[in-house]
Design a binder for this molecule. Structure first.
Ligand SMILES: [Cu+2]
Length: 166
């Protein structure tokens, strides 16, 4: 039911939203993380990770090794005050691997979100119910953090990792 409502909202909204030059309407379906990896954090948990620009509101991890691309959605948990998150919250790739990430703002409420990755000079707003493609590069080791500069203090932080999930 929630998914149907969101899809209806999306199609209604697309008719009236002006298209920013760097953004395009959402074309991907709404998905919510519904299960965590075995033994991993529970979806919705706030993780404190050294070096991160805020706590990570955990959704899921996705292995993108060799895939060249990923879809990153930005929304909120309806049952946790719409706390903003990235889904998946962690992408696992090869050292130095370059991928194109489609970043989709499908918030239930009219929020502008943002994708920032300081070391790669990315600071990109994504208007409500629009999406943007960005090229990102995995680090040579360890992890890099991306975040929404408007909501990183309340958990909208994600991870590019070249080693297994925490
Ligand atoms: Cu945000």
């Amino acid at each position: 039911m929630a998914v149907i409502c969101v899809l209806l909202l999306t199609s209604c909204n697309n008719a009236s939203v002006s298209t920013a030059s760097t953004a395009s309407p959402i074309t991907t379906p709404t998905t919510y993380a519904s299960a965590s990896a075995a033994g991993g954090p529970q979806p919705g948990a706030l993780l404190t990770i050294n070096g991160a620009p805020g706590q990570v509101r955990w959704t899921a991890t996705q292995n993108v090794v060799g895939s060249g691309s990923a879809v990153l959605t930005m929304s909120g948990f309806p049952n946790i005050d719409e706390s903003p998150y990235f889904s998946p919250s962690q992408l696992v790739g090869s050292p130095g691997e370059k991928i194109t990430v489609q970043i989709v703002n499908q918030s239930l409420t009219e929020f502008t979100h943002n994708f920032s990755l300081n070391s790669q000079n990315i600071d990109q707003d994504i208007p409500w119910h629009q999406s943007v493609n960005e090229t990102v590069v995995f680090p040579s080791s360890g992890a890099l953090f991306f975040y929404c500069k408007y909501h990183n203090s309340i958990g909208q932080v994600g991870i590019l990792r070249v080693s297994p999930a925490p």
